[in-house]
Design a binder for this molecule. Structure first.
Ligand SMILES: Cc1cc2nc3c(=O)[nH]c(=O)nc-3n(C[C@H](O)[C@H](O)[C@H](O)COP(=O)(O)OP(=O)(O)OC[C@H]3O[C@@H](n4cnc5c(N)ncnc54)[C@H](O)[C@@H]3O)c2cc1C
Length: 314
């Protein structure tokens, strides 16, 4: 049986490890558009605040280690999957180095293409000094820019924004967090707990700009100006973290989806097409986290393992 895996961060890596362990006879081909695999975004804040000193420590495994497990695994890095035809079981792929486009066939497809950060439709969001936070390159850019920055504006009060504000409250930076109309951490905790988080951040010197919406960015070559619903703010660096979108366009109209692009799966992560599985890190956590362990502790355990440089996440 030939299995194609599209995308290889947490979910893709876990899928490959499972196949190698339980179906060593299977032929596996992994297509990943990045030059690396298995980067742990959850650890970015630990890198930015200096707990993790080398960004490369945030890779949970690598191609060599995984290939050493099984003879039948091939990694095609810097390869972008352009199209998936669920009827013919064929995909087309572009080698990002040469530009060459080829096709490949699968018996089973594991779709682990993850998500991409929401870029809000705000003027100036692509200017220098206004950065997103998702992958290895983003982490590197934020780290380098923050080295010479005194003030940092975090835009977005979800868990990533809060985590970054917390991280930079330990580094001597002047930190502000701006969060629009929704309450802080509104997707995750109730108002009373969110309020405790707010107080805690404030007690660490973070300026909390709540009920305030970022509307435009500008840059004079030295500072970023943020036009908001309440006036003008400025900072040396702005990090925008206003949510993520599932990256599922390649399967649109081919498997059952919700309006937001998230894919319907059963308990075995199978989509409405029996030969396509969709795996994402969140679902993976839910499926293997010990039933009685709170999610927060489970994640902490995993992060702690990575920061101690232990074995690949399983
Ligand atoms: C700053 C930050 C902190 C976080 N902290 C936590 C946390 O504490 N706890 C937690 O549970 N989660 C956390 N997350 C979320 C977590 O990182 C994601 O849920 C996780 O990365 C999802 O893993 P994934 O493998 O499903 O997808 P992704 O990590 O999004 O990986 C998808 C991969 O697919 C590749 N790809 C996409 N499309 C194609 C294509 N067409 N062809 C080839 N390759 C493709 C991409 O290049 C990428 O490498 C955090 C995220 C961020 C950004």
């Amino acid at each position: 049986m030939k299995v194609i895996v599209v995308g290889c961060t947490h979910a893709g890596t876990a899928a490959v490890q499972e196949i190698i362990t339980h179906h060593p006879e299977a032929e596996v081909v992994v297509y990943e558009r990045r030059p690396d695999i298995a980067f742990l975004s959850c650890g970015i804040a630990l890198y930015l605040n200096g707990t993790v000193t080398q960004l490369d420590e945030l890779f949970t495994t690598n191609v060599k280690t995984l290939e050493a497990f099984g003879a039948n695994v091939k990694f095609e890095l810097e390869h972008d999957v352009l199209d998936i035809d669920a009827k013919t079981h064929e995909i087309s792929v572009q080698d990002l180095g040469s530009g060459r486009i080829t096709t490949d066939k699968y018996d089973k497809l594991i779709y682990t293409a993850g998500s991409f950060p929401v870029v809000p439709p705000i003027q100036g969001v692509s200017l220098p000094g206004v950065l997103m936070c998702k992958d290895y390159n983003d982490a590197q850019r934020i780290y380098e820019t923050a080295k010479t920055a005194h003030s940092i504006m975090i835009v977005g009060g979800g868990y990533i924004g809060v985590e970054l504000a917390e991280a930079y409250s330990h580094t001597g930076h002047e930190v502000s967090l701006i969060n629009g109309v929704r309450p802080l951490l509104s997707h995750y905790v109730d108002a009373s707990l969110a309020n405790l988080v707010r107080l805690d951040l404030e007690s660490h010197g973070v300026q909390m700009l709540l009920d305030e919406v970022a509307m435009k960015f500008d840059n004079d070559g030295e500072r970023v100006f943020i036009q908001t619903s309440k006036g003008e703010r400025y900072a040396d660096l702005a990090v925008v973290c206003v949510g993520f979108q599932p990256q599922t366009e390649l399967l649109r109209d081919q498997v059952a989806m919700n309006a937001d692009g998230s894919i319907h799966v059963d308990d075995y992560m199978q989509t409405s097409d029996p030969d396509i599985s969709r795996l994402a890190m969140q679902s993976l956590f839910t499926s293997i986290r010990p039933a009685k362990m709170p999610m927060r502790r489970w994640l902490q355990t995993r992060c702690a393992k990575v920061t101690r440089g232990s074995q690949p996440v399983r």
